[in-house]
Design a protein around this ligand. Structure first.
Ligand code: OAD
Length: 233
């Protein structure tokens, strides 16, 4: 049976594709206030501003490509049972070829109804405008989990991490809960790697920290992990 790997990703895995992170210098939260663009209160206050923020990001997403880190994560499936649990709202893991992906914070390429959260629509890289309605006649909003909202995929994510033999955390400041709490539920004996140029040591003593960019460190780790299976056989 194949070993189970969970790859937990944050904005840093997409940085080398040209997507801004949130908390680095020049990050999105330097230019925008979280409460204005990433809360339900902000949405109620100024829908145009919120739609513009996500429309701009969605349009840009259509112009960028997966990088070597996304591609290497997809390649891991050649030897392991891999699930990607991402905080990212981009679709770069999908485009790189990963087959099992959980988006904790939603997806830019989808819109959803404001009256019925189960009405979700694929919109690709198109904009959402005021007056764009769901089939029940209510305004569409970005399919994004805003601050203060429930993270519907969280229970499933905990289960998945608890069952993993290997956990690889990539490019996240680990500041946003509940996602950051996932590292606390790894099973005893699981091997945990953390790839981030600014990785802090307070993720636990058992964690192997690799302070490098994802685009170089992830392909190297993936090669090592794939090679180690060949040796074990
Ligand atoms: P952050 O912006 O908080 O952290 C990005 C991390 O990526 C930092 O630790 C950087 O050091 C690292 N990084 C930058 N370049 C990198 C590279 N080339 N390779 C590897 N790592 C690199 O982003 P997240 O931790 O993803 O939520 O933020 C978590 C959540 O906060 C987001 O999902 C978003 C945000 O507010 C919502 O919008 C709900």
């Amino acid at each position: 049976m194949k070993k189970k790997i969970v790859v937990l990703t944050g904005a840093g895995v997409s940085a080398e594709s040209g997507i801004s992170t949130f908390r680095d210098s020049n990050g999105l939260w330097e230019e925008h206030k979280i409460e204005d663009v990433a809360t339900f209160k902000g949405w109620m206050k100024d829908k145009d501003l919120v739609l513009k923020f996500y429309n701009t990001r969605r349009t840009q997403l259509g112009t960028v490509k997966p990088n070597d880190a996304h591609l290497a994560i997809a390649k891991l499936e050649e030897g392991y049972d891999v699930i990607v649990v991402t905080q990212n709202v981009d679709d770069l893991h999908e485009r790189a070829g990963s087959s099992k992906i959980i988006h904790l914070h939603g997806e830019l390429t989808k819109a959803r109804s404001t009256v019925n959260p189960s009405l979700v629509y694929d919109i690709g890289y198109k904009e959402i405008h005021r007056g764009d309605m769901c089939e029940k006649g209510s305004q569409l909003r970005p399919h994004i989990v805003w601050f203060g909202e429930n993270v519907p995929m969280m229970d499933e994510a905990y289960e998945i991490v608890m069952g993993a033999d290997i956990v690889i955390i990539i490019g996240t400041s680990m500041q946003v809960y509940p996602a950051a709490g996932l590292v606390e539920v790894t099973k005893p004996g699981a091997k945990v790697y953390f790839i981030d140029p600014k990785a802090s040591g307070d993720v636990g003593s058992e964690v192997e920290i690799i302070r490098e960019k994802a685009g170089t460190a992830v392909p190297r780790l993936v090669e090592e992990l794939l090679k180690s299976i060949t040796i074990e056989q």
